[in-house]
Design a binder for this molecule. Structure first.
Ligand code: FEO
Length: 395
């Protein structure tokens, strides 16, 4: 990869993972990802801000060579997760005079995860600074952007925020500077949904902490560098807020067509009532898309056939994820079909315990839906529209 200077004395030396398609063996990556590492050259000291995933250590080392690096004084480790810390050991071997700059909690995690020796660390406190010579790094603790030890780094003279995972996106792009706001917005929203959404309250506090700071660039550890910080800060403010849209999401699976018929009927009924609807066939929809739509949906309707005495495993999986991601949903309902019985509703309700939602009427059809089932779906659509009107998202 080519190394790119994003501002005088600050060079992107990270790695792109164009064809990675899964993160944590869980999160789909339709656009690949990047592990952004930044080299900061002061007049006296040189710092490397984060490293890369261990699978990409070779690229980082080539980039450092291309950038003409013969000395590293500090490796700033903002987050212990291995996609950013995984090359620290290799860097220390090549640059043995370097010390790892991080906070106490991250240090302990790096020692556990990477087996780094304690004498290689310099620990810093929240708000502490590190002088490189004409470039001052200020460390801002930001626990629970999804791990407890994360910190951000603000470079005062250049007004750059190195934001680690926070404000990032799983996106591989050849040049690190943002070039397509729409594509980046979608990738960043999906990333927020999958990683940050369960921590919305903490995210809001971190956003408050950044208010009033002079920012000219935001340089996260995944995705692209933002030359217009308000672009991503405003998006995060909206996503982390309690505001929802006039949107009902219907994750569904259908085995023999009954549940699909109910989903299609409900979609039509909701549409006629003025509610936006996204039916997500879980056999084809990846969970990242589902998560992204959950960021601002007001209602979720889980739609499942009955199999093995309960909810279809794909719906059970979706319910588990919805519950774990803790979206700001206001209303939920369960619809579906069965042949002779089952515990679909009990299964799904037990999986939704984290959600602070109002549960709406369940509609279950025995076999193929009949007149009374269609009437129940019409009623459900009317109730959802009224609820959306009640919270002010449908006028
Ligand atoms: Fe990109 Fe939490 O690591």
């Amino acid at each position: 990869m080519a190394v790119i200077e994003i501002k005088k004395g600050i060079t992107w030396v990270g790695a792109l993972d164009w064809d990675r398609r899964l993160f944590d063996e869980l999160i789909p990556l339709p656009d690949g990802t990047s592990y952004n590492a930044y080299l900061v050259r002061g007049s006296e000291k040189i710092a490397l801000i984060d490293t890369v995933d261990p699978s990409k250590t070779g690229e980082l080392l080539e980039n450092l060579q291309e950038a003409g690096v013969t000395r590293i004084d500090y490796i700033v480790s903002q987050h212990a997760e291995q996609d950013h810390s995984g090359s620290i050991g290799d860097i220390l071997e090549i640059f043995p005079q370097a010390v790892v700059v991080t906070n106490e909690k991250c240090k302990a995690m790096l020692m556990d995860l990477l087996l780094l020796p304690e004498n290689k660390f310099l620990t810093v406190a929240d708000g502490q600074t590190l002088e490189l010579g004409g470039k001052t790094l200020e460390f801002i603790f930001a626990p629970w952007v999804h791990w407890p030890e994360t910190m951000l780094t603000y470079m005062r003279e250049d007004k750059i925020l190195f934001s680690c995972d926070f404000l990032g996106a799983h996106l591989a792009q050849s040049r690190p500077m943002l070039s397509d706001e729409n594509r980046t917005y979608q990738a960043a929203k999906r990333y927020f949904a999958e990683i940050m959404m369960p921590f919305r309250i903490q995210i809001r506090k971190h956003l408050e902490k950044l208010q009033g700071m002079q920012l000219e660039l935001i340089a996260p550890s995944h995705g692209v560098v933002y030359p217009r910080p308000a672009f991503i800060l405003d998006a995060y403010s909206e996503w982390a807020s309690d505001r929802t849209r006039n949107l009902a999401l219907i994750p569904f699976v259908s085995m023999h067509g009954s549940t699909r018929e109910m989903v299609e009927y409900l979609t039509g009924a909701l549409t006629r009532q003025g509610v936006d609807v996204i039916p997500c066939n879980l056999i084809h929809t990846d969970i990242g898309e589902l998560a992204k739509e959950l960021v601002d949906a007001s209602t979720v309707v889980l739609a499942s056939p009955t199999v093995l005495g309960g909810a279809h495993p794909a719906i059970a999986h979706a319910a588990f994820l919805v519950n774990a991601l803790r979206p700001k949903l206001k209303f939920a309902a369960i619809i579906g079909s069965y042949g002779w019985g089952g515990r679909t509703v009990e299964n799904l309700l037990a999986s939704l315990s984290n959600l602070k939602v109002e549960l709406l009427e369940t509609v279950l059809a025995k076999g193929y839906p009949q007149k009374k089932d269609y009437q129940a779906l019409d009623n459900l659509a009317t109730v959802i529209a009224a609820k959306h009107r009640g919270i002010g998202v449908l006028s």
